[in-house]
Design a protein around this ligand. Sequence first.
Ligand SMILES: NC(=O)c1ccc[n+]([C@@H]2O[C@H](COP(=O)([O-])OP(=O)(O)OC[C@H]3O[C@@H](n4cnc5c(N)ncnc54)[C@H](OP(=O)(O)O)[C@@H]3O)[C@@H](O)[C@H]2O)c1
Length: 292
Amino acid sequence: MDSRKIIVTGCNGQLGRAIGREFEGDDRYELIGCDVTAEIKLDITDTDAVMKFVRDTAPEAIINCAAYTAVDKQETDRELSMKINAIGPRNLAIAASEAHAKLIHISTDYVFSGETSDHPRTEFDPVGPVSVYGRTKLAGEEFVKQFADRYFMIRTAWLYGDGHNFAKTMLELSKTHDELTVVDDQLGTPTSAKELARCIHALLPTDNYGLFHGTCEGDTNWAAFAERVLKLAGKDTRVVHVSTEEYMKKNPGSARRPAYSILDNYMLRLTDAYTFADWEAAIEEYFGDGLV
Ligand SMILES: NC(=O)c1ccc[n+]([C@@H]2O[C@H](COP(=O)([O-])OP(=O)(O)OC[C@H]3O[C@@H](n4cnc5c(N)ncnc54)[C@H](OP(=O)(O)O)[C@@H]3O)[C@@H](O)[C@H]2O)c1
């Protein structure tokens, strides 16, 4: 079978790297990784560059792993946030349609307000972002729906992999602190980039298009997640539990985050597409892979 070209934008990020590893050895595909800092440079906010690159490459699919993910920084960097998280996916959606390519785009649990905690959120629940990041990612979703002919849009959460993430921050801080202060009233599900890459690998050859929630199974809070990470690393650093209110008083510039953002992988389940591992198994696998 001829290998089919897949453009991976943001290939140097956590998910981009996990995609590279996941598709290694699958000779149905030829991955073409690009990023603002990669050997093949592509800035997804540059409309002309995106159109030319996609036209010249004529890919079977584009996997968009590029994003502006520094949530707090974006509260005061709104235009760049909108450019990368909304205009970027818009450009890719237009280019993918013109090239008759599939588009895989990644969104976030932060499109929800998380104000009520009555049930895990499905793809059919109303959105209401409370941060700049959440709002610009939602605008990106809307552009994908508007301009992409065939797309898989996956909302994930609390992602960790080969790159900057909460687990690594906790381990880094534990080198210089005996105790760490972490909020315990925000609920969600840590999700490994490796599991998300496996889900993308499963969806890619199908015609099972649309919006999906894609997180590991189960749920926890940030303080309990920190405790699990420290325990797996054999650290005896103490985790001091605080409320979001207390944390925000000490860190007034921080972005608001949804208190409850547990996602239900409802569409993946309804379509028998992919079952994510439990978050506890996935974080153990992460340590086993030696990425920390
Ligand atoms: N991380 C999370 O906790 C989390 C949670 C929910 C959803 N998500 C979503 O999951 C996806 C993958 O996240 P991730 O954690 O893998 O992100 P990441 O590690 O921050 O990687 C994003 C990559 O995109 C690159 N990039 C930034 N601006 C770009 C531009 N204009 N053009 C091309 N590339 C650009 C970044 O380069 P620089 O590093 O040089 O800027 C980086 O290599 C994103 O859509 C994100 O919104 C992430």
